[in-house]
Design a protein. Sequence first.
Length: 582
Amino acid sequence: MSILASLVRAYDRLPDAPPYGFSVEKIGFLISLNEDGTPAGEPRDLRDGQGKKKVPRQMLVPQAVKRTAGIAPNFLWDKTAYVLGVSSGPGKRLADEHFAFVEFHKESLADSNDPGLIALLAFLTSWRPEDFERLKWPEEMFNGNVIFALESERRRQVYLHDREAARALWSRLSAEKAREAAICLVTGERGSVARLHPSIKGVWGAQSSGAALVSFNLDAFASYGHEQGDNAPVSEEAAFKYTTVLNRYLASSSSNRIQVGDASVVFWADASDAPLAELAEGTFFAAFAEVDEGMQSEKVASLLKDVRAGRPLQEFAPDLAQGVRFHVLGLAPNAARLSVRFWFDNDFGVLAENYRRFVEDMRIEPPPREPYPPLWKYLAETAVLRKRDNVPPNLAGDWMRSILTGNHYPLTLLSTVLLRIRADKQVNGLRAAMLKAILTRNFNKEVPVALDEEANSKGYALGRLFAAYEQIQAVALGTKVNATIRDKFYGAASAQPRKVFPLLDKGSANHLSKIGKQSPGRRVVLDKLVSSILEKMSPSDDPFPTSLSSQEQGMFVLGYYHQRNEFFKSRKNDVGVEKEAI
C-alpha cells in the first residue's frame, strides 16, 4: 500500500478526526462581539499555561488556506495581521493582508442574515488598525491567531465558526472553489483535484509554517502541460485526510512519533481490533524511544521482554504477528518540501523479528549502563561532541531503514564510529556494540560478545595487546599521567600497527621492570598476559601488519574494549586492580 493511501485509511480510523474542511490550529485570543459589532471588552486570552510559558490552544476551525508567496485570508479566523491589521513588526504587506481579510468577508457575508456573521461584518467595516492602541488591547496578541464569538454565546463556548449558518456558508464557499473532477490516484474515486496540498507541520528542521510532501511548484516538475496538482491527481478530500492525520502524528505531544537523527519518524498500526493496534504502536514506541519502564503498560513490557529474549512473536502473540499491518514513515526536511527517508509497510510480526535481530546484533559484554538504549543515544556517539544536531546527514535514516527491513547496516556507520573513536580516543559499550553489529551482519564475521582469549583475528588480538600495554603503564606510573598511550598512540595503533607497537613493546619492558621492583607477582601476571596474546596471533617474523582494514579496525576496538574491561571486574583480579567505572 502506498504512503498516502495508508494515511487516508489511518484518518478513517481516528475516533476524533476533524471533519472534512476543518483543521486543528493554534488559537491564542478570542474577540467577543456585541450584536451591533462593537467589541465586548478586551479580547479573552485562550492560551494555556502561565507567564512566558503560555501556549496557544489547539482548536477546530475552518481549514487553513495554503499560503505560498501570495496573500490569502482564512475564513472567520486568522493572525492579527490579517484580522486587525497589526503585528509586532512593521510588515511590508500588513495593510494589504488586512484589506484582503476584510474584503473577503464583506463578499462572503454580504447576503447572510445570521446575527453572529452580521456582527462580524459590522466589526470589520468599522475597525481601524489604530483602534488596537486606542482600546489598549494586549500586545501579546501580536502575530497570534484570533477567533470571534458573540458575547451572548461566549460563556457557552460557542464561537462564530461553530454556528450552523457559518458552517453552511463555509461548505458553500468550499464547493465554489472546487476544481475540475478527476479520478483520485489515492482512493480511486472521482473528485475535485487538489491544486495545492495542505502543509505538513512538525518535521524537525523544516519550515515552521509547514512543508509539502507532494508539490509541483516549478516548471521542471510539470509534464504534458499539467500544472501543480494536476500532475498527480489527488482529490481535495484525500489530500485533506492524509495531511490531517500526518499532522496529528507529528504533533509534539504525539505518541506516534520519535526523532531519529534528522529523521522525524511517524508510525501507526492498521488493524480491525483497536486495542491490538494500540498495543503494536505502544510496543514500537517503547522499543525505539526513551521511555520510563514504569510508564509502560504491563502488556507492552511483557511483549518487549519476550521479543528481546529471542522468542518468536508467533509463539506468544499470534494475533499481533499476523493480524496487524504496521507502517513506519521517516521524513526529513528539504527546503520547502519533505524528503521520504524510508517507508516500512509489513506485518508487525516481521517488524518484531527484525527488531529481535537488531537487539541480538547489539548484544555485548559488558553491556552499556542502560540495557536497551534508545536509538538516538547510539547515534549521538557518531556525532562531534555527542550533540544530536551533529549526527551525519542521512546516517540516521539509513540505519533505521536497515533495522526495520533486516538488511545490511550502512557502511557509513562503520567508518563514522571508527572516525569518532580515533578523534576523541573514547571506546565505550555503545560504540563497541555498533561495530560488533556491523561486522556480524554485513561481513558474517564471528565476533565475540565477551572476551574471547582464543579469537584468532589479528585486529582483535592487537586491540587486546594495546589494552594490556595501557594497563602496564597504569600500574607502573599510576592513572594521573599527563597522557596515556591511548591518548598518544590509539589512532596510529589501530590503523598502522607496525609504526607503533614496536615502540609500545619497548616502553612496556621498562614499565614491567619498574613493576617488578615493587610487586614481582604483578609483573609475572602482566608479562604472561602479553605473551599469551602474542602467541594467539598468526606466526610470522613480524606480528604487526603495516595496516588494518576497516573491518579489522572494528575488531581492534572490540578486542580493546573486552580486554580493558576485564581489568575492571568486581572481584580483585590477578593483576590486583580494583573495579572502576566502565
